[in-house]
Ligand binder design. Sequence first.
Ligand code: ZN
Length: 351
Amino acid sequence: MKYRNFVLLFTILFLLVAAAAGQAGFTVGTATAAPGQRATGSIEVPAGVDAGTSIPVAVFQGAKPGPVLALVSGSHGTEYASIIAMEKLIQTLDPAQISGTVIVLPLVNIPSFQQKVPHVNPVDGKSMNRYYPGKQDGTQTERASWLITKQVVERCDYLIDYHGGDLDENLRPYSYWPKTGNAKQDATTHDMVLAFGLDHIIVWSDRPKDPNASRYLDNTANTRGKPAIVVEAGYSGTVQEGDVQALVNGTLSVMRYLKMLPGAAGQVKNPVWFGKVDTVVSEFDGIFYPLVQRGVRVEKDAKIGYVTDYFGKTIFEARAPAAGVILYICGVPSMKKGDNVANIGEVTTNP
Ligand SMILES: [Zn+2]
């Protein structure tokens, strides 16, 4: 063989091997999983106008082909039950059983988790579920959101975003069904929330339509044609076995619905749908006293809590603006003017 032909043959062989390897491995951040394997690593968010951060990622590439499902948790780093549920899944998912690929981000907001700061990323004071699709040259939250959009949302076919009651939120479990107006996609997300198994479901129909101003993670996926839902369980800094198990089992059931795991998916038998959510806010700074528990039904104008000044005098009575279910109520005495006292779901029979 002439040298020139040898070089040509070698080049062709090299390209074929590289192409095969490219098909075989699935890479997110520094984690590359071969078929039938799992890999862990991180999405490195480089320093910019503020410090960089490192977002842990696990990739499970199934032995058989199938869709790509993304599971994202801990954008609010003190919604612990959802973070612990992802840790359990990472330890129990078996790539040999999976058809397709699972990307897990168990803890997006490490600064919030480490410093025990609810609602926001303490590095830039921004919620890590309000700045999607993100900005490459923005603050840490925006840069992280940009990388998650590129490396996770754009690469997946389906997505589940996990939340729960934050340190100050006494929350009962529920999910969101994002209704986009696209009948096919809405049918899939409808099936996903029913398969997930949380029996209280909020119909979310007023989401941003512009993919460039999608704000929320699930909406970033949905506006890009990838069916996505949001699930919430856990409350007030606790890690209750029932909440963790509901999130783990719900995820496995959705994977069965998507034919990524063998077996039949579960389905909620008698879902309670909410067509509207009312947010009650405090009109004063002070000390909050709840009068109802999460999950209870209240009538319109029912007194659900009150705020006193720092000497015990009642200065504000919180009342339900409509009949509904207490989805969450403030679980701590700290109260600031304009902060949430409770979210109340108004039941609809026509979701
Ligand atoms: Zn959250």
